[in-house]
Design a protein around this ligand. Structure first.
Ligand SMILES: [Zn+2]
Length: 177
């Protein structure tokens, strides 16, 4: 029911013991928490994960998740398409104390029982990779601040179209001191 070639739930312990591999796609539409940060939830996430045994935990999960998402550019306030390519490096653990024993290259994947929703794993990785301040790339032709009707004042802070603005900001800073 989730996506092509991928199960909705996985057993990370069994996958690690068997050296299992997951390859496929998940729809962005099923990831509600991620959806709150995006302009829309069309499209898919490409998932490639390799499970293996690991001496310090119940198994390691290594690979990548990849998605093209749309967020609002904080420079021009227009939609910006962002390519997320997230390397995954997880160690399967049962508890916080097990998590503390992981080597630093592995992030903990805390698994309570033998069922783990695969989309939760993928969604968590994507959420961590989202930019705090999404923006078009520096030379994107569609990114032109000052040519839109701004909905909030903060959006003109690049100052390119308004030379007085930086001094206003300085004055405001001095008042605060
Ligand atoms: Zn922009």
């Amino acid at each position: 029911m989730t996506g092509r070639g991928l199960p909705a739930f996985i057993d990370p312990f069994r996958l690690a013991a068997a050296g299992g591999r997951l390859n496929g796609r998940l729809p962005l539409a099923i990831m509600r928490r991620l959806g709150e940060a995006l302009l829309d939830q069309s499209g898919e996430v490409r998932v490639a994960l390799q499970f293996d045994r690991h001496q310090d935990c119940h198994g390691q999960v290594v690979g990548q998740v990849e998605a093209r998402v749309r967020m609002r550019c904080q420079r021009c306030l227009r939609p910006a398409e962002l390519e997320l390519l997230v390397p995954v490096s997880l160690g399967v653990v049962r508890s916080e104390s097990e998590a503390e024993r992981l080597p630093h290259e592995l992030e903990p994947l805390l698994v309570g029982d033998d069922r783990y929703r695969l989309s939760d794993l993928v969604e968590d990785e994507l959420l961590l990779a989202l930019p705090v301040v999404p923006m078009h790339s520096e030379n994107a032709t569609e990114c032109v601040p000052g040519t839109m009707e701004f909905k909030s004042e903060g959006a003109t802070e690049s100052g390119a179209a308004d030379t007085e603005r930086p001094f206003d900001v300085l004055a405001a800073l001095k008042k605060q001191q």
